[in-house]
Design a protein around this ligand. Structure first.
Ligand code: IMP
Ligand code: MG
Length: 175
């Protein structure tokens, strides 16, 4: 446990552990997509650090872009997700890999899949940094993931609490 910006945090994954996992994932993706027309799509804002590190480990001539979603979390836990920034060009024939920071309830990823599947992409898969399977409400899983974690709130490496802590180089549980 340490104190960071007035909050108690506990490091779950160090910089080195993340680097190793991201390198391994990059190798797998480079192999799996070697004959495909890859378009890597980062989900803002949370994925920006993961995306930057991951794409530099994919040794292929792929394209990349970003989308942005907004989750309206009401009094109940059911989040209503809407697309704020979309990809404007043609996705026909593309092999899309969505890059997300966290797979939680699954509502965000489900919304993205629905949007892309209506536009004739050849394939749509996902790579997530963190997976909280115990929180899932949607019937969805990630094709690639770096770490599985229990139900707890984490920050760092792109993930925020109230827009802060995104730039921490490690992933930490917030108390
Ligand atoms: P889902 O739609 O419930 O799967 O939520 C996914 C989104 O919720 C992620 O992209 C994150 O932005 C956010 N989120 C879920 N859990 C955490 C967390 O522990 N820390 C920070 N953000 C989180
Ligand atoms: Mg997010």
């Amino acid at each position: 446990m340490t104190e960071k910006y007035g909050q108690t945090v506990k490091v779950l994954f160090t910089e080195d552990e993340i680097k190793h996992a991201v390198n391994q994932l990059g190798k797998r993706i480079s192999f799996d997509y070697r004959d495909k027309d890859l378009l890597v799509v980062g989900v803002l804002k949370g994925s920006f650090v993961f995306m930057a590190d991951l794409v530099r480990k994919i040794d292929l001539p792929f394209e990349l872009d970003f989308i942005k979603l907004h989750s309206y979390k009401g009094i109940s836990s059911s989040g209503n997700v809407s697309l704020d920034l979309d990809i404007s060009y043609d996705l026909e024939g593309k092999d899309i890999l969505i890059v997300e920071d966290m797979l939680d309830t699954g509502k965000t990823l489900k919304k993205i899949y629905k949007s892309f599947s209506q536009r004739n992409a050849r394939s749509v898969k996902s790579a997530v940094l963190l997976d909280k399977p115990s929180r899932r409400t949607e019937n969805i899983c990630a094709d690639y993931r770096c770490f599985e974690i229990p139900d707890s709130f984490v920050v760092g490496y792109g993930l925020d609490f109230d827009e802060r802590f995104r730039a921490l180089p490690y992933i930490a549980k917030l108390y």
